[in-house]
Every structure is written in structure tokens, then in C-alpha cells.
Design a protein around this ligand. Structure first.
Ligand SMILES: NC(=O)c1ccc[n+]([C@@H]2O[C@H](COP(=O)([O-])OP(=O)(O)OC[C@H]3O[C@@H](n4cnc5c(N)ncnc54)[C@H](O)[C@@H]3O)[C@@H](O)[C@H]2O)c1
Ligand SMILES: [Zn+2]
Ligand SMILES: [Zn+2]
Length: 364
């Protein structure tokens, strides 16, 4: 089969690789019908995630069709359409039993395109299939559910729920990339009074307005703290959600928060940030961090099915899976291309043949 393979920092290629095969009885093999690229894939390519070994297939977000199941898989059958999420759950460890799948100690957690081969490929091996994939309700398109594989549950769980957004709150979202925009979308489920978005890029701020932000602030040219204080009668925001991942934006969140407010950090940080405990301790500020668990995926899926949530607006560019190399170029140059999420469309004519039989796969 064909797949996007990481060959060390700065190196990727679209290679012919062996078809995946069942390894454990709890595995399934999935034909990838739609996949996408994440900012984290770009971090990996920069060499920021050293656990990813050269030779690993990248990607941790997909919608696909079950091709083959292991002997212990009981709830899935070949032909089922499934969402394959960035988080895999063994379903048996202490953290899975608590719904903290991101912390799975039984071999799950974030493994695709990280510790095992990922989903930017024609087929993939999915471990712990019964407890990890979600059947796609009939009538929903791949594109309607694809962004449930990462950005929506991440923004909702690590941002909105950890930040305890309540009706009427002034919520400041720092960073208007896909995660910040998904935070705007899912914060609205809790009816905040006002959503204020801070970014340095005017085109991203324009997107934030399209997604329903009430106020946007360019912190490259404006005093973000001053503006938030002005908007909140000098009190500060009820909730600040960090969706960038640099020390400066985390520190900004801790400065524009009101006494008793909540700072929810979503950004992945590569450097230490300064925590001004000497100012924060007396202000009762709550600070949370986290990796997505995806425990809200079923709820978000219901909201999509009922028409209350429409994530298709994230898809700015579409490519065939074979064009994944070009899709990376477009996604990696988001500042020029205005890309949010690129959709990689698999070849649905690829037969649902038992894998390990490359010859059985119809050529495109
Ligand atoms: N916690 C989790 O489980 C989890 C999961 C997925 C992604 N993430 C992280 O969330 C963060 C956001 O992801 P994304 O895909 O939206 O990233 P992105 O790079 O597409 O967007 C970041 C945005 O921040 C803006 N920005 C950069 N520096 C800024 C500054 N100093 N002040 C204000 N704005 C600034 C950029 O203009 C951009 O619009 C990343 O750190 C990503 O790794 C976390
Ligand atoms: Zn991701
Ligand atoms: Zn587990």
C-alpha cells in the first residue's frame, strides 16, 4: 500500500510499504476513506517529538471502513464505517476505566503516527478496536465527523470543560488556529456572554469572527490585557483558554484572568513558562492542563447528527490521499494559504480485501 512516511527531521515521503496485518486478536484493519493533517504532524517533522522513529507512518485522524477484525473483536464487522480517533483506549487499565483514555497505561493513548504506524495511509492497523473506534451514524459524511478525531474533543475537553465555561461568562481564547476556532465553536454550546479572541494574525482573527467571536484583538499591535480589562470593567475574563503553546501566551492568560477565574491550557509547550505564583496565589485562579481524552466524542457526534454542530467549515482544502505530499506543503504554509484543515480523500474503490495481499488491492 501507499503511505506518508516520516524519515527523520525535515524528511517525509509517499512510499510503498507493506500492507498492515492483524497482530493482536483485539486489532482491526481499516481502509482509510478520509484523513487529515494536524499541527502536531508538523511538530514531529521539525523533530520536536523524538519518540517518533524514522520509518513511522504519520497521521492520527481518520474515517475509514473496517476490512478485517481480530478474533476477539465483537462489536465491529467488515464494512462498518468508523471514526478512528487520535486516542486509543485499552478499556481495561485504571485510567481507561475513569474515562482518561489519553493517559491509558495498557498500550493505548496517543499512539497513531507516534508510537505505531498512523492513518495517512491506504490502510491501517487499529489496536483495541472495540474500545477505540466510533461507528459513524448512517447519513453522516466523512467530512462531518473527521474533525472529531482530534480538534473538536481537544478544544471542548481541554479548553471549554476544563475552563468550566458557564452561561454569561467572558471567555478569552488566545490563538485562532484550528484548536482556537474549535474552542469558539464548542464554547458556544455553553452560551458564554462574550467570546474574545486574541491572535497576531489578522486573517486568523477574521476567521474567528466567522466562527462567532464577538471581539477580536491583535496582540501584535494592540494591548490585549488593556482591551480585556476595558471590556470587563477592569476585572478580567472569567475563563482564558490558551491555544498556542508558547510561554508568552500562557503568561498572557494568567494576566488577563479575573480573581477566581479559570485558565485552561490547551497548547503543547516545548519551553518552560513563568508562573507568577506571587501574584496568582491570592487571586484564587485555577490553572488546568491536559492531553485530550476523547470521552466527549459520543456527545459531539450526537450534536453533529442533530445538526447542532457543523465542523465541515474547518475543511479549507481537499486532496486525494495520493496527493498527501502536496497537502503537507499547503498545510505547512497556512500563513500564506489560509489553510485550516486539509481533507485527504482515500480511494474508496480500493477493495475491502483481507490485507497482506497487496496484489488484491485494485490499482488506482
Ligand atoms: N492538549 C492537547 O491535547 C492538544 C491536542 C492537539 C493540539 N494541541 C496544541 O494546541 C495548540 C494549537 O493548535 P493549532 O493546530 O490551532 O495551532 P496553529 O499553529 O495552527 O495555531 C496557533 C495560532 O496561534 C497564533 N499565535 C502564534 N503566536 C502567537 C502569539 N504570541 N500571540 C497570539 N497568537 C499567536 C498563530 O497566529 C495561530 O493562528 C498547539 O500547541 C497544538 O500542539 C494540544
Ligand atoms: Zn493532532
Ligand atoms: Zn487503558
Amino acid at each position: 500500500m501507499k503511505a506518508l512516511v516520516y524519515h527523520g527531521p525535515g524528511q517525509r515521503s509517499w512510499d510503498t510499504v507493506p500492507d498492515p496485518a492483524l497482530q493482536d486478536p483485539t486489532d482491526a484493519i481499516v481502509r482509510i476513506d478520509s484523513s487529515t493533517i494536524c499541527g502536531t504532524d508538523l511538530h514531529i517533522l521539525k523533530g520536536d517529538v523524538p519518540e517518533v522513529k524514522a520509518g513511522t507512518i504519520l497521521g492520527h485522524e481518520a474515517v475509514g471502513t473496517i476490512v478485517e477484525i481480530g478474533a476477539a473483536v465483537t462489536t465491529l464487522s467488515p464494512g462498518d464505517r468508523v471514526l478512528v480517533s487520535c486516542i486509543t483506549a485499552c478499556g481495561r487499565c485504571r485510567f481507561c476505566k475513569e474515562g482518561h483514555y489519553g493517559l491509558c497505561m495498557g498500550g493505548g493513548g496517543w499512539i497513531f503516527g507516534h508510537l505505531i504506524d498512523g492513518l495517512q495511509a491506504e490502510y491501517a492497523r487499529v489496536p483495541f478496536a472495540d474500545t477505540s473506534v466510533y461507528k459513524v451514524p448512517a447519513g453522516l459524511s466523512d467530512e462531518q465527523v473527521l474533525f472529531l478525531a482530534d480538534i473538536l474533543p481537544t478544544a471542548y475537553e481541554v479548553g471549554v470543560l476544563s475552563g468550566r465555561v458557564e452561561p454569561g461568562d467572558t471567555v478569552v481564547v488566545v490563538g485562532a488556529g484550528p484548536i482556537g476556532l474549535a474552542t469558539i465553536m464548542t464554547a458556544k454550546l455553553h452560551t458564554p456572554g462574550r467570546i474574545v479572541v486574541v491572535d497576531r494574525d489578522d486573517s486568523r482573527l477574521a476567521k474567528a469572527l466567522d466562527f462567532g467571536a464577538d471581539v477580536v484583538i491583535n496582540n501584535g499591535s494592540e494591548d490585549a490585557i488593556g482591551r480585556v480589562m476595558e471590556l470587563t470593567e477592569e476585572l478580567g475574563a472569567d475563563v482564558a483558554i490558551e491555544a498556542v503553546g508558547v510561554p508568552e501566551t500562557f503568561e498572557l492568560c494568567t494576566e488577563l484572568i479575573r480573581p477566581g477565574g479559570r485558565v485552561a491550557n490547551v497548547g503543547v509547550h516545548g519551553h518552560s513558562a513563568t508562573l507568577h505564583l506571587e501574584k496568582l496565589w491570592i487571586r484564587d485562579v485555577l490553572i488546568t492542563t491536559g492531553l485530550v481524552d476523547t470521552f466527549t466524542t459520543p456527545k459531539l457526534l450526537k450534536l453533529i447528527a442533530s445538526g447542532r454542530l457543523d465542523p465541515t467549515v474547518f475543511a479549507t482544502h481537499r486532496f486525494s490521499l495520493e496527493e498527501t505530499m502536496a497537502a503537507y506543503d499547503v498545510f505547512g504554509a497556512a500563513a500564506e494559504t489560509n489553510a485550516l484543515k486539509v481533507v485527504l480523500e482515500g480511494a474508496k474503490h480500493l477493495q475491502l480485501v483481507p490485507t497482506g495481499d497487496a496484489a488484491g488491492v485494485a490499482a488506482s
